[in-house]
Design a protein around this ligand. Structure first.
Ligand code: SF4
Length: 482
């Protein structure tokens, strides 16, 4: 699990299937390959005739479904599933998805959400005045509450109208006994793809690695502002808005997505290799060996090694078998997590000048620990190269860093950071280098990417967050460097 190592957390994974005889088991398999997107809780909701059935729980998917009877208790040929990492709301069971709306005026429906709404506070206030009794504290149920309040008898029209009210980063799966609906926000911050199973069933999920896992053939990415309605009558594509502006979250390519996934035609592994290669050209250093921090930095490290002509070696080992208790994102836990998860191969680094490639630097604690491990193992010099730009700004679209106080790059110069982590040198990839390495077509001024974490160019208004952000940016003088 990346969680303990990075201190930067993925923000949920979605998997939905329709018209498939083994819906719950297939959803379990699909979610298993999306576990990297959230380890806090998991759930599956199925439909069998007019009935919806749900199992959800705290912990890893395999823990939640450790009793085989649980999958058996989910009959039916349609399902939606979710793995959660909390970006909003507390860590209790009530926030584990899919959310279930049992007695709405449309009948029962369920909902799963990946992302973060930027107008959740305002929506909660509005819905409270309309008498909504909330099930949970996260922003994920708000779309469901909005759907139930829309003044129409047509469920799809109600979903469509509700989608025009929510703001921010979101990918949704909504399921009734009659249909599966998928929708993506107007900026397409999060990946969402669809595919076909050999028996004709349709799958919609967060990443293509989940399609591969269940043997589905990739059909296409869901477009920003698009709604896909899958029912026994077929598949319908609709737009709930024309006002779209593609800005895929750059962190999906840098760190969140699995390297075997493809997002909007770009292989995540290959994008990371190009980031490493560009970094080698932008920030060369005389050294003997290149190492990557396992596992998410290995693609970038091999790219750096190839472009620099330096040998790549397996200098760090990740222990996959660390016992896991419930996630509590505290600094103490993060420090402990690093110590338990990484080890250095002494013979690879002893008496060598090492280039250590990492995909990103959030708080710097992981990096400091790794540099110390490498030096204890006899490395002569440790040159840290980060295959993404300096993280300076908070994210409001679905990552759990919403204050700059947590970001080492927002509070220190590169020289100060070098001293803090104890490295011999430290350099970062440029924003331009990142954008070019990912290489999405330049259809707008953002080159199809959100890079707000690095440059503060938020591609949407911040709504609930604007005041907080302004005050903080002012305090830290963040606007000066932009
Ligand atoms: S601010 Fe950063 S993490 Fe958030 S959506 Fe943009 S690129 Fe992704």
């Amino acid at each position: 699990m990346a969680y303990e190592i990075k201190g930067l957390n993925e923000e949920c994974g979605l998997f939905g299937v329709w018209h498939h005889s083994n819906a719950a088991a297939t959803t379990f398999d699909g979610l298993h390959s999306l576990q990297h997107r959230g380890q806090e809780g998991a759930g599956i909701l199925t439909h069998e005739g007019a009935n919806l059935h749900r199992v959800r729980g705290l912990g890893l998917l395999a823990e939640v479904f450790s009793d085989p009877e649980k999958i058996k208790s989910l009959p039916g040929n349609g399902a939606i599933g979710h793995v959660r990492y909390a970006t909003a709301g507390n860590h209790g069971l009530e926030n584990i998805q899919p959310m279930l709306f049992n007695d709405s005026r449309f009948g029962a429906f369920g909902l799963a959400h990946n992302g973060n709404l930027t107008n959740a506070v305002a929506l909660r206030r509005l819905l409270a005045t309309k008498g909504v009794a909330f099930q949970a504290s996260s922003d994920s149920e708000l779309l469901g509450d909005l759907i139930t309040k829309e003044p129409t008898d047509n469920f799809i029209e109600a979903v469509k109208a509700a989608l025009t009210v929510v703001r921010g980063g979101f990918a949704y799966l909504v399921m009734t006994p009659n249909c599966l609906v998928a929708a993506l926000d107007p900026n397409g911050f999060r990946p969402l793809v669809m595919g076909t199973l050999p028996d004709g069933g349709t799958v919609i999920c967060s990443e293509t690695c989940a399609l591969d896992q269940v043997g589905a053939t990739y059909l296409r990415d869901i477009e920003p502002g698009e709604m896909v309605i899958v029912s026994d009558a077929g598949i319908r594509f609709e737009r709930y808005t024309q006002a779209t502006n593609l800005t895929v979250c750059a962190m999906e390519y840098i760190y969140f997505a699995r390297p075997d996934s493809v997002i909007r035609g770009v292989s995540v592994h290959e994008a990371r290799q190009r980031m490493g290669a560009t970094l080698a050209r932008e920030q060369p250093v005389e050294a003997d060996v290149v190492l990557g921090v396992p596992n998410s930095s290995l693609s970038a490290a091999t790219g750096y090694a190839k472009a620099s002509g330096l040998p790549y070696d397996l200098g760090m080992i990740k222990n996959q078998y660390v016992a896991r208790t419930f996630i509590e994102p505290t600094q103490a836990r993060r420090d402990r997590g690093v110590a338990m998860k990484l080890a250095v191969v002494r013979s690879v680094v002893a008496n060598k000048r090492v280039v250590l490639v990492d995909d990103s630097m959030v708080r710097g604690t992981t990096c400091r620990h790794i540099v110390r491990l490498l030096k204890q193992a006899g490395a002569k010099e440790v040159h840290v190269r980060i295959a993404s730009p300096v993280l300076k700004f908070p994210c409001f679209y679905g990552i759990d860093i919403q204050t700059t106080a947590e970001l080492i790059g927002a509070n220190h110069s590169v020289a100060e950071m070098t001293t803090i982590i104890g490295a011999d040198s430290l350099e970062f990839l440029s924003v331009k280098g990142l954008v070019d390495a990912i290489g999405l077509p330049a259809t707008n001024q953002y080159h199809g990417l959100c890079t707000a974490y690095f440059d503060g160019h938020y591609p949407t208004p911040l709504y609930d967050y604007q005041e907080t952000f302004d005050a903080e940016a002012e305090k830290l003088g963040l606007y000066k460097g932009v």
